[in-house]
Design a protein around this ligand. Structure first.
Ligand code: ACM
Ligand code: ZN
Length: 396
């Protein structure tokens, strides 16, 4: 059994009413999950009320319209979770034995923040909160001392609300284009003798990890930055990018990790892409891990991303029953045959449905691997427009 049995909800791309989040938390507690990773900041919206920087609560929280995949919504979209609401979630989770881990994703995925406070970018003035999915070049200028102070100020307020040992600081999907053209960033890189942009990113991440440690906390980061060899070993790596040698090296040499392999544990994908049998089949003993390395896996986590997930019913159907497979693996109960596991799933379904949880139809649960490309084709057809690929190439 792993100490860390987590689930994540992205409340930034689309937000959920507090009561809907509680309904899911209640069900996850019954499955013995004990960590709720709350993804609260994104290019498309900032969701954490911050007193010191009020534009985060207004400008950074509301996008003018939404354009996710083929779904267009003309009206402004967004909310901020107030400190009282977040404290209410912390209290609710506390009573169920669940720690809440907030995520402030940095230095990328920060377009919404920078739309309100562009002075922390590499000099661009007119930065827009984003309205559709993608990876964006608007990132923090990490050469500026003021950026580090700004981030620390925000973390201070976050740590006041969330009392637990872990704070997630993102680190994923950071295009280096703006750093490449920033006189300050280039000057700092020169001074430090760094030519690799991930290593440059890690000089910033390490400062933040150090700050969190000074406050008695630990920082979690996505495993994109394991390839920067200078990453502080006190960072906990969240493995979503699979078959990553640098992550294995980080873990084997003493770094701690949480496993969220995207092709098993991301529940925003269709069942045809990631069926229940595949989720159940994940083996946390990753290839290349030494016996010491295996001991550094502190747990598992199943993330729910919400670019395409707007309603409570759809979110629940995507999560249930797949999260049960993650729970079983996290609890070390995954040694029974799949057919036997299915019997447990049916019984759990009957229980959770009494609480109002909506499950996916059983005929969608199990698919062969041969079905995966068909599922992907449907997913891409439903969600990826020509604009999406254009945005990936030349977003700004
Ligand atoms: C991620 O999926 N960008 C962590
Ligand atoms: Zn810069």
């Amino acid at each position: 059994m792993y100490d860390y049995r987590g689930f994540m909800i992205d409340s930034a791309r689309h937000y959920q009413p507090i009561e809907d989040i509680k309904e899911i938390i209640r069900a996850m507690a019954k499955l013995k999950f004990n960590k709720f990773h709350w993804h609260l900041t994104e290019d498309q919206g900032w969701r954490i009320e911050i007193e010191k920087y009020p534009l985060l609560n207004t400008k950074a929280a509301i996008r003018p319209y939404s354009d996710f995949g083929k779904t267009h919504r003309d009206e402004p979209y967004g909310i901020i979770y107030t400190k009282d609401e977040m404290r209410d979630i912390v209290k609710f989770c506390g009573e169920l034995g669940i720690d809440v881990i907030p995520e402030f994703d940095m230095p990328g995925h920060t377009s919404a923040l920078l739309s309100a406070y562009p002075e922390y970018s590499c000099g661009k003035k007119d930065i827009k909160i984003k309205t559709h999915q993608g990876i964006y070049k608007d990132i923090l200028c990490i050469a500026k001392d003021e950026t580090v102070e700004f981030v620390k100020d925000i973390l201070d307020e976050i740590m006041e609300i969330f009392p637990y040992e872990y704070i997630h600081i993102g680190g994923d999907e950071v295009p280096s284009a703006q750093w490449e053209n920033c006189v300050l960033c280039q000057s700092v890189m020169n001074t430090l003798g760094i030519t690799d942009y991930t290593e440059y990113q890690n000089t910033f991440i390490n400062k933040i990890i150090d700050y969190l440690e000074s406050k008695g906390r630990h920082g979690i980061v996505w495993n994109d930055i394991a390839k920067g060899k200078n990453l502080d070993k006190r960072a906990v790596i969240q493995y979503w990018k699979e078959n990553d040698k640098a992550t294995i090296e980080f873990i084997n040499s003493g770094g701690k990790a949480i496993l969220s392999p995207f092709s098993y544990y991301y529940t925003d994908y269709y069942y045809e892409i990631t069926p229940l049998n595949r989720v159940y089949s994940f083996n946390p003993d990753l290839k290349g891990l030494t016996e010491e390395g295996k001991k550094n896996i502190i747990g598992l986590e199943t993330p729910m991303w919400t670019e395409y997930v707007e309603t409570k019913e759809y979110m629940q159907k995507l999560m249930f029953p797949r999260v049960i497979a993650t729970a079983y693996t996290a609890l070390g109960k995954n040694d029974m045959p799949y057919s036997r596991f299915l019997c447990d799933v049916r019984a759990i379904r009957a229980e959770l449905e009494k609480d109002g949880i909506v499950f996916e139809d059983e005929k969608e649960w199990t698919y062969s691997r041969a079905h995966n490309p068909i599922g992907w084709k449907k997913f891409a057809n439903d969600h990826y427009t020509k604009d999406f690929f254009k945005a990936l190439k030349d977003n700004e």
